[in-house]
Design a protein around this ligand. Structure first.
Ligand code: LMR
Length: 402
């Protein structure tokens, strides 16, 4: 029956872990998937999350289905986190929102919604993404029924942001296109616009009649500050955009496997909000029916208890700072090794990833000769770098680039 089913390739990011697991070299390093490790290279569960879990466990709560829209208390916490409690849309109950299966689920639901209700002037729902973008973005939006296009973003010469190219592409985009933006810690490049550059983008997007869709997977995890990392989203809201927003709690709460996220949309009336939520529920019902229960309970407990909340933000910034420190150590080691390349972008880039500039052949050589695993674009997950393996990583990078 299934003889014509071709074997598909492994996922560009998750496939790296599969290859890594088969390697027997004790010095092997997995710098593929973006999942935080502590300085001993171990997955890390935040103490506030453990304490919240214990409290929930002790209460022996039922395990009924959540409503299709999700946990209302969690949604309120999630919106406060992104937009602040003082946000006028939030105060006036004008933000449509639904709990989703982390950032991926939120983006997918957003794609399904756009494909039904937001055509561009080409007559098709069109989503423009930065080039490059997270390897999963094009598939999510395409499978969600949208056409997918690109705008210029990364400038390989400066290893920085190509503001001019980006603005040029957005100006010529069909009216009504959706522009996918990484709120902070751009994945894979680690290159974020400055606030002045966000200002230019906000203006350009407004003038061109485009709709901003933010994917915010790293709030608090990028700079260590929840407010700084939400700066772009909040600025766009202030500037009058009706933003769409996907939030993930995988990184900042370390809730990876709990698949916790939110999709939200700013609206202009109660009627719009109700209509949008009704449609989002119809979409979610056929995909996952109702979202998982435990992650939202954990986040609610952390928000309810001041000591949990303080411990959460403190540990979150510690994680962000460990990554920042690893960037410094890696770049110092490469200088020590007298590698001829300019590696200053390692410390300039932000968030979980370093877009190293290593070619696919060099990535392959790192794997073959040093058992150092990363994705072929040269993206390094800095979260996997530790005081104990940074030397081995620098040696490998030095050897393959000399
Ligand atoms: C990544 O880019 O490595 C993370 O966002 C995890 C994932 O699902 O790809």
């Amino acid at each position: 029956v299934w003889k014509d089913v071709p074997k598909g390739p492994e996922d560009a990011i998750l496939g790296v872990t599969i290859a890594y697991n088969k390697d027997e070299n004790p010095k092997k390093i997995n710098l593929g998937v973006g999942a935080y490790r502590d300085d001993n290279g171990k997955p890390f569960v935040l103490s506030s999350v453990r304490a919240a879990e214990a409290r929930i466990q002790s209460e022996k709560r039922p395990m009924e289905y959540l409503p299709v829209i999700g946990d209302k208390e969690f949604l309120s916490n999630s919106l406060k986190l992104a937009f602040t409690e003082d946000n006028e849309f939030l105060k006036n109950d004008l933000i449509a929102s639904i709990q989703a299966l982390s950032g991926t689920g939120a983006c997918r639901l957003g794609a399904e919604f756009i494909s039904r209700f937001h055509k561009s002037s080409t007559g098709m729902p069109l989503v423009l993404m930065p080039s490059p973008t997270w390897a999963n973005h094009p598939g999510i939006f395409r499978d969600g029924g949208c056409e997918v296009g690109k705008y210029r973003y990364y400038d390989p010469d400066s290893c920085g942001f190509d503001l001019e190219g980006c603005v040029e592409d957005l100006k010529s985009a069909p009216v009504g296109s959706v522009v996918l933006l990484h709120a902070c810690a751009h994945n894979p490049t680690g290159v974020d616009p400055t606030m002045d550059q966000w200002e230019v983008l906000s203006e350009t997007i407004k003038r061109a009649g485009l709709l901003p869709f933010f994917d915010m997977a790293y709030q608090g995890f990028t700079s260590g500050s929840l407010d700084i990392d939400a700066g772009a989203v909040r600025k766009f809201v202030e500037d009058g955009h009706r933003v769409m927003l996907a939030q993930s709690f995988s990184k900042n709460f370390g809730l990876y496997g709990h698949r916790l996220g939110t999709l939200s949309m700013l609206t202009d009336s109660d009627k719009e909000k109700m209509a949008i939520e009704s449609q989002l529920k119809i979409l979610a019902r056929t995909i996952w029916s109702n979202p998982p229960i435990q992650g939202s309970r954990i986040v609610n407990e952390v928000f309810k208890d001041n000591s949990f909340y303080n411990s959460w933000t403190e540990e979150m910034s510690r994680m962000a700072n460990r990554i920042i420190d690893m960037r410094k150590q890696l770049s110092d080691k490469l200088v020590e090794l007298k590698n001829p390349r300019d590696w200053s972008h390692i410390t300039r880039q932000k968030g979980m990833f370093c877009y190293s500039g290593l070619s696919p052949a060099q990535v392959e050589a790192m794997k073959e000769q040093f058992s150092v695993y990363l994705i072929s674009s040269g993206r390094i997950s800095m979260a996997g770098v530790t005081s104990a393996n940074v030397e081995h990583l620098a040696t490998a990078m030095d050897a393959v680039t000399k």
